[in-house]
Design a protein around this ligand. Structure first.
Ligand SMILES: Cc1cc2nc3c(=O)[nH]c(=O)nc-3n(C[C@H](O)[C@H](O)[C@H](O)COP(=O)(O)OP(=O)(O)OC[C@H]3O[C@@H](n4cnc5c(N)ncnc54)[C@H](O)[C@@H]3O)c2cc1C
Length: 385
């Protein structure tokens, strides 16, 4: 297999997820955005077809698919409903991945089989009011008290929070400065002292149930510790793989849908006596969109495949994320332009796609921070063509 060529099985996964998404998710996408409702019922549909928790190994109840498979699934779901793609991340994202790679056997047994069935959704709380890109400034504290930890603090911008049952929470565990004092705990919904705040209404992804997490003397069993202080390097490695699995394929799916809609619109819309698509200036815009989509897909599938082959991925994930975040913003912007005033109307999906893509170059590590990570790899001699 070349770095990103798909196998027959992967083509079948794509066809199957596309059919499910076209039938069930696409017709609901506008309503989910308008009503700000996380589409949990779509998780059930995906679970019925075996498309939840797909990276989870068979011993914990999942099919043990690889990262390329996940990218295919997320891209196809996002092409029809980006908010549903975030729900996929609640079963395939950072939290279950961290449990698999860093958790105790008891934590894996307790959570992974339920996640694989789509019965337990997960979110992760890292960002705080004064800790965005600078996660070394995390202030939420977990203090050991006998067989428990007592958590106090608050997390911001937690995607999927209102739909989720289990939360990976980054906390300050000891007095060591910066990231060295930070670790992670698992907190279940319903734990006294823990509450999920009101919906945070961003420009896009309005149906993801994004919310604040609040901890007021919240006591969890000490066995819910996922990562002790000093281990953040390991968690950041998990986030690197997840950075490929969620944000870029979601962007790609949205931009692919915008592109397809723009092609159809320019073939139908007649101005000056002929379809827009017959004008060379319009054709060149369509060609540029296709070039950016293909380049994005090549980068993404190559990055995912390198992870599956066990090769280093730190720079691959960052390069793919930056390029795809920015290219898909350009593609959705051009698609909107090609729709004219219709593109700006809430009656049509274009403005939602434009809004949804915009935040993705901020979420999951901004494009500026990714560029800093790429530069560090180059300057430390870890990058070669
Ligand atoms: C759609 C979306 C989903 C999200 N989901 C989650 C989630 O599930 N869980 C969670 O914990 N958080 C989540 N976040 C929060 C996200 O992780 C933060 O927004 C992100 O880390 C940036 O932090 P900030 O917004 O505080 O911006 P800041 O860190 O304040 O940055 C502001 C600006 O300064 C730039 N900047 C900062 N530092 C540097 C630097 N060293 N060099 C150059 N430029 C710099 C940034 O690139 C940015 O342009 C989400 C955000 C979005 C938009």
């Amino acid at each position: 297999m070349s770095d990103y060529e798909l196998t027959d099985e992967q083509r079948m996964i794509r066809a199957s997820v596309r059919a499910i998404s076209e039938e069930h998710f696409k017709p609901k996408a506008a309503e989910i955005d308008r009503t700000r409702r996380p589409p949990k019922e779509h998780v059930k549909i995906l679970a019925e077809h075996g498309f939840t928790g797909v990276f989870i190994p068979e011993q914990y109840g999942g099919p043990g698919l690889n990262l390329v498979d996940i990218v295919i699934i997320v891209e196809e779901v996002s092409r029809c409903c980006a908010n549903t793609a975030i729900m996929v991340g609640c079963t395939d994202g950072a939290t279950p991945r961290a449990i698999l790679h860093l958790g105790t056997e008891k934590q894996k047994q307790a959570y992974l089989p339920k996640i694989a069935k789509g019965d337990l959704l997960c979110a992760w709380g890292m960002s705080e009011a004064n800790a965005g890109s600078d996660i070394g400034n995390i202030q939420t504290k977990a203090v050991k008290d006998g067989n428990e930890y007592v958590i106090n603090g608050a997390k911001l911008w937690c995607s999927g929070a209102q739909a989720s049952d289990l939360f990976l929470v980054l906390v300050r565990l000891d007095s060591a400065p910066g990231l060295r004092g930070v670790g992670a705990v698992l907190v279940e919904r319903g734990t006294p002292g823990f509450s999920v705040g009101k919906h945070l209404d961003l420009i896009g992804f309005r149906g993801t149930g994004m919310a604040e997490l609040v901890f007021e003397d919240c006591r969890i069993p000490a066995e819910n510790l996922l990562l002790p202080a000093g281990g953040m390097g390991k968690l950041l490695q998990v986030f690197n793989a997840d950075r490929i699995a969620t944000n870029p394929p979601i962007c790609l799916g949205i931009a692919q849908a915008a592109f397809e809609a723009a092609v159809a619109h320019t073939k139908e819309r007649v101005q000056f006596g002929k379809p827009l698509a017959e004008l060379q200036g319009i054709q060149w815009k369509l060609a540029d969109m296709a070039i950016e989509l293909e380049a994005s897909r090549a980068l993404l599938y190559r990055a995912a495949n390198r992870v599956d082959m066990g090769k280093s991925n730190a720079i691959d994930a960052s390069i793919a994320k930056v390029y795809i975040n920015e290219a898909t913003r350009r593609v959705t912007d051009t698609a909107m332009q090609l729709f004219g005033a219709y593109g700006l109307s809430e009656e049509f999906p274009m403005e939602r796609m434009f809004r949804d893509v915009r935040g993705m170059s901020i979420g999951y590590g901004t494009t500026e921070v990714q560029r800093t990570l790429i530069a560090r790899e180059i300057l430390d001699g870890r990058y070669s063509a």
